[in-house]
Design a protein around this ligand. Structure first.
Ligand SMILES: [Zn+2]
Length: 74
């Protein structure tokens, strides 16, 4: 493999991956002790008794930390 060609190619792949992540779906999570869900709506019933700040994260970030979709969402 020619390293001079390989590096710009790698950069392109990485930067396109980052831009895809940037337009990813945003979800909302609560960081209270019993919170295990993520929410599409910030005003969801499942977030109404959240004891902490409501955090905006991407869908993949929410899944990475083991969150599953809230039962109130349609
Ligand atoms: Zn919800």
């Amino acid at each position: 493999m020619n390293k001079i060609l390989f590096l710009p190619l790698l950069f392109l792949v990485v930067s396109s991956f980052i831009s895809v992540r940037n337009i990813e779906t945003k979800v909302y999570i609560c960081k209270g002790k019993s919170s295990k869900r993520y929410h599409y709506k910030k005003d969801c019933r499942g977030l109404s008794n959240c004891s902490t700040k409501i955090y905006e994260v991407t869908l993949s970030e929410a899944r990475d930390i083991g969150r599953t979709l809230c039962g109130w969402e349609d």
